[in-house]
Design a protein around this ligand. Structure first.
Ligand code: NAP
Length: 287
């Protein structure tokens, strides 16, 4: 399948808007829909075509990408017009962090309708979305992955076929399990240093070159020190990811105590401060 000119993009939030922007900048005719139309203003202003619902996007485009919030949102979009209105042989790609079993179901439903379906969640945060340097983890049929690759390469740097449908989501959840304890550990380490009256600039610069360094330190260390809680990655979304991962772990007969503990702390954070700050705000609970 060659990549056609008309690309649909549904979900224009922190991640989706810059990702769609890269496709548009690469010359694809971009067709968009998102729940709050104002989030699409910039893209529409630069020539993207607005549609009032997912069905209209699907009826127009040969490739449709979704980047919404939760598995419930994915279902709402995919079963609320996207699949029923999709063109024959269309390629539908869900890049939302969602559940592997839903990804598998959508793949099988799509195949029964003559559609091609991939799950392709991402990592790299808002910065990676803006810089088009995301890691993209793809599940589904290899031939569909190969067809999608030229598009995915406009949004990411490390793009890997991870296996059958749902595998992209499983790899993404693996990443989320890792960062769950990592970000909490970072908050605890920095609280330890601060309570010890250390100079935090010195601490950050030394640890950046030490064995405790991490991607979380790089992304969030300074923000935690500064009390900058503005969201690049919402607490609400991270709780969604950890909840899905814990359900999957239960199915696999695994007791992931660090993940369980992080989820417990993040739920407490959400109860006390809401879920629309960035995940670095876990530092507010720690000291
Ligand atoms: P976001 O800013 O909340 O963006 C999601 C967008 O999808 C919003 O504009 C939302 O509309 C729209 N949307 C949600 N449900 C919809 C529906 N049913 N129909 C139409 N539009 C809908 O979230 P984000 O940070 O871009 O994250 C998107 C996904 O990527 C999430 O699954 C997240 O876990 C994952 N992710 C995020 C990051 C990160 O660092 N931010 C990194 C990797 C992966 P409204 O504007 O009306 O809410």
């Amino acid at each position: 399948m060659t990549i056609p000119g008309k690309i649909g993009f549904i979900g224009l939030g922190i991640m989706g808007a810059p990702m769609a922007g890269h496709l548009h900048a690469a010359g694809y005719e971009l067709h968009v829909y998102t729940r709050s139309r104002s989030k699409g203003d910039q893209l529409i202003g630069s020539g993207a075509v607005w549609h009032g619902n997912p069905a209209s996007v699907a009826a127009t485009c040969d490739v449709v990408i979704t980047m919404v919030s939760t598995p419930q949102d994915v279902q709402q979009v995919w079963h609320g017009g996207l699949m029923d209105s999709a063109r024959p042989d269309a390629l539908l790609i869900d890049m939302t962090t969602s559940s592997p079993s839903l990804a598998q179901r959508l793949h099988d439903e799509g195949r029964a309708k003559g559609l091609r379906v991939l799950d392709a969640p991402v990592s790299g945060g808002q910065g990676g979305a803006k810089a088009a340097t995301l890691a993209i983890m793809v599940g589904g049929d290899v031939v569909d992955y190969e067809a999608a690759l030229p598009l995915l390469e406009k949004m990411g740097r490390k793009i890997v076929h991870c296996g059958r449908a749902g595998s992209g989501q499983r790899v993404k959840l693996t990443n989320q399990v890792l960062i769950a304890s990592n970000v909490l550990g970072l908050a605890e380490g920095l609280a330890f240093a601060r309570k010890g009256a250390l100079d935090m600039k010195t601490v950050l610069s030394v640890i950046a070159e030490s064995t405790g360094a991490s991607t979380m330190l790089k992304a969030y260390g300074q923000k935690m020190v500064d009390g900058d809680w503005a969201a690049g990655f919402f607490v609400d979304h991270f709780i969604k990811d950890m909840t899905i991962a814990l359900e999957e772990a239960d199915h696999l007969g695994l007791d992931l105590t660090s993940l369980r503990n992080s989820l417990h702390r993040f739920r407490e954070l959400q109860r006390r401060f809401g879920g629309t700050d960035g995940i670095q705000s876990i530092a507010r609970l720690v000291g």
